[in-house]
Design a protein around this ligand. Structure first.
Ligand SMILES: Cc1cc2nc3c(=O)[nH]c(=O)nc-3n(C[C@H](O)[C@H](O)[C@H](O)COP(=O)(O)OP(=O)(O)OC[C@H]3O[C@@H](n4cnc5c(N)ncnc54)[C@H](O)[C@@H]3O)c2cc1C
Ligand SMILES: NC(=O)c1ccc[n+]([C@@H]2O[C@H](COP(=O)([O-])OP(=O)(O)OC[C@H]3O[C@@H](n4cnc5c(N)ncnc54)[C@H](OP(=O)(O)O)[C@@H]3O)[C@@H](O)[C@H]2O)c1
Length: 238
């Protein structure tokens, strides 16, 4: 079920990196949003060039249980109308949203380990899924592979460390495509990390981010074997 428009207020804007902003919206009317991990909302963007607003989709990075607030990740370098509108707003500003939208949600896959593959802000829906699973009573082994450009593009590192320490079934790997010479971790793209997998028959993969990456990851996983692959509907025909 989708609905709206709903009234929200910007509660917090965090600068996670020089480019990435984390926006927390407080639900005003209604006072909470019912959604599933992986779903997105549409933000209503006033358009001076037209009498009707534009709509821009953003995945919810927060977990459904804390639905009085929703968290979005956006790249301040996307200088389109949607990003510009959100980034111009002050704390307390009202933003209209609708939703939730989308069928990129966790599926029941008994016996399969979970692989989450993302680039950039594509981690947003994966983050909601991971946090939801880890918050639940039991969850299968799961791994996040996250592609970013350089050290200064990394964020949520503390949270990742805490998850890895606290949950024996969670692990993650970052791939930096343009790291400094001092970087000791994996150098390359997430697709390079996937090439290291010996078998995928035991996996269900959730993939989100750059569309070319989604396509390449899907091809790679299919070549390697019988992996269940889930991605946003708009990337299904790639
Ligand atoms: C289901 C779904 C979920 C999504 N979730 C997220 C999310 O969680 N986080 C996120 O960041 N994005 C997400 N997106 C993408 C998001 O909806 C926007 O498309 C994106 O943020 C850019 O929107 P925009 O209005 O700023 O740019 P748009 O107006 O859509 O423009 C797209 C790009 O074109 C460039 N551009 C626009 N106008 C010009 C111009 N005149 N000259 C030169 N270049 C131009 C802009 O730099 C921008 O990068 C999602 C998309 C979908 C479909
Ligand atoms: N629900 C959704 O659908 C949803 C949610 C959130 C975000 N998004 C989308 O996710 C995207 C995030 O941006 P971005 O991923 O381009 O982030 P980015 O910050 O521009 O790039 C992140 C990393 O992706 C790498 N990359 C680029 N092309 C690749 C490919 N074909 N295969 C593997 N890795 C590749 C880049 O490597 P190089 O340095 O080599 O370029 C870089 O290391 C945006 O387009 C946003 O709209 C979608």
């Amino acid at each position: 079920m989708t609905a709206g428009p709903f009234r929200t207020k910007i509660q917090q804007i965090r600068h996670l990196t020089p480019d990435i902003r984390e926006l927390t919206l407080e639900m005003v009317e209604p006072s909470s949003l019912s959604f599933k991990a992986g779903q997105s909302i549409a933000v209503e963007v006033p358009d001076e060039a037209s009498s009707s607003p534009l709509f821009r989709y953003f995945s919810l990075a927060s977990i459904p249980r804390s639905s009085r607030h929703v968290v979005l990740l956006l790249n301040s370098q996307d200088r389109g109308k949607g990003s510009a509108f959100l980034l111009e707003q002050d704390i307390g500003a009202e933003v209209q949203i609708s939703g939730p939208y989308g069928s990129f949600i966790l599926q029941h896959e008994p016996g399969r380990e979970l692989l989450f593959v993302g680039t950039g802000t594509g981690v947003a829906p994966l983050w909601s899924m991971l946090a939801t699973l880890l918050d639940g009573e039991s969850s299968p082994p799961m791994k996040l592979l996250w592609g970013l450009r350089s050290e200064s593009d990394r964020y949520y590192l503390e949270e990742l460390e805490v998850w890895e320490d606290q949950y024996k079934n969670f692990s993650y790997e970052l791939a930096l495509s343009q790291p400094s010479a001092a970087w000791q971790g994996k150098k390359g793209r997430v697709t390079d990390l996937l090439k290291e997998l010996a078998t995928v028959d035991h996996l269900a993969a959730y993939v989100c981010g750059n569309l070319a990456m989604v396509k390449e990851v899907s091809v790679l996983l299919k070549e390697k074997g019988d992996c269940a692959i889930y991605r946003e509907r708009h990337s299904e025909n790639l």
